[in-house]
Write a protein that binds this ligand. Structure first.
Ligand SMILES: [Fe+2]
Ligand SMILES: [Fe+2]
Length: 179
């Protein structure tokens, strides 16, 4: 149609929206491979959940050894990882998938690891390693999505930016502790 160059005409858009309405937000114009995207998001969800648990453990351990400012940083990160997990789970449902939070599969699906760490420095270093793994794997997910699913891509770009801030926070903590 001349009045909407390069865009699908309104009549076709309306017809397509009526087909498969049970698929909710997933319309025939959805270009990505939905199953692959749901699988990648479930891996990201596992990564975030493992990160929540690791930061929570570190928060309580640091509180125990009276390292309050570091403990607060761990808690803040734990809460932000939980927020990431929630928005990823929400997007999985929107795509017609199911968020996989089965405890037995978490560690194998997660890209980052659950390492407890002995000293405060160990904990911060393990967190930094986990953030750097998340940063690399989320960047790959974003590259994979390309322009085929702008919503999921936008979500993961926001999460990635936040992980980069986390990594920076941890590096500052190490520097403050003379590492
Ligand atoms: Fe996160
Ligand atoms: Fe993070």
């Amino acid at each position: 149609m001349a009045d909407r160059p390069f865009l699908t005409d309104v009549k076709t858009l309306r017809e397509r929206a009526r087909q498969h309405i049970e698929q909710g937000a997933v319309t025939p114009g959805y270009k990505a491979d939905r199953e692959v995207v749901v699988r990648l998001l479930n891996e990201a969800l596992a990564t975030e959940t493992v990160c929540v648990l690791r930061y929570k453990r570190h928060y309580f351990m640091a509180s125990g050894i009276n390292a309050q400012s570091v403990a607060q940083e761990f808690l803040e990160h734990a809460n932000e990882e939980q927020a990431h997990a929630d928005s990823i789970a929400q997007r999985i449902v929107q795509l017609g998938g199911e968020p996989d939070l089965a405890p037995q599969g978490l560690v194998s699906k997660s890209h980052s690891e659950y390492v407890e760490g002995e000293s405060l420095i160990d904990m911060i270093k393990e967190d930094l390693i986990a953030e750097r793994i998340a940063i690399d794997s989320y960047r790959e997910i974003i590259d994979y999505l390309g322009n085929n699913d702008p919503t999921t891509r936008g979500l993961m770009e926001g999460v990635l930016a936040n992980e980069e801030e986390h990594a920076e926070d941890l590096v500052s903590l190490l520097q403050e502790l003379g590492q």
